[in-house]
Ligand binder design. Structure first.
Ligand SMILES: CC(C)(COP(=O)(O)OP(=O)(O)OC[C@H]1O[C@@H](n2cnc3c(N)ncnc32)[C@H](O)[C@@H]1OP(=O)(O)O)[C@@H](O)C(=O)NCCC(=O)NCCS
Length: 159
């Protein structure tokens, strides 16, 4: 368990993953099936984290461990993929997003990942700022990545 002020960050389990589903539905336009959350959880359980305040879930991050082409060269590497991160609006700007991401990144390193990457809407300045503070850099743009036609930046960092 990791303390961030009054908040606690804990690993999820198969019985409380739906807390992440609820936060996702309130905060992001991209929704997934419950089976998708479960699949992500089972791929990297210690990387699926939920933030709590007084027994209420207020944020989450979920990640996958993958093998793929490096974002920094021409080799196949083990990489962490930040699939989704969100904090409820009333609990933002308290360091939770940063702590969720930092904790996940530590765990990716422990699993032997050489890089971490994510996709983010090009207009999502708040999230981009958090990622840049944690030394992610924009490595490319994917046009029309989102279902409403918006482009994504792929941001990555070496571990
Ligand atoms: C992106 C997101 C997860 C960030 O979560 P967060 O908990 O607000 O992140 P943090 O608090 O760690 O950092 C955000 C800002 O708060 C600031 N902050 C951190 N602790 C603070 C404190 N105690 N007091 C004031 N500001 C603080 C950070 O420095 C940062 O400020 P800046 O943007 O001016 O540089 C959140 O905005 C969110 O859920 N957005 C909607 C979902 C989303 O877009 N997800 C990303 C999809 S790719």
């Amino acid at each position: 368990m990791i303390k961030v002020g009054e908040y606690e960050i804990r690993e999820a389990n198969e019985d409380n993953i739906w807390e992440a589903v609820k936060i996702n539905e309130k905060t992001l336009p991209e929704h997934y099936t419950f089976e998708f959350y479960l699949e992500v959880y089972r791929n990297f359980p210690e990387g699926f984290l939920i933030a709590w305040l007084d027994g209420n879930a207020v944020g989450y991050i979920m990640n996958r461990i993958e093998r793929g082409l490096s974002h920094f060269g021409f080799s196949i590497v083990k990489q962490g993929h930040v699939v989704s991160i969100a904090v409820l609006p009333e609990h933002r700007r308290k360091g939770l997003g940063t702590a969720l991401l930092q904790t996940a990144i530590e765990r990716m390193k422990n699993r032997g990942c050489q890089e971490v990457y994510l996709e983010v809407r090009v207009t999502n300045e708040e999230a981009i700022r958090v990622y840049e503070k944690l030394n992610f850099v924009k490595v490319r743009t994917i046009e029309y990545y989102y279902s409403d036609g918006e482009d994504a930046y792929v941001m990555a960092r070496k571990l």
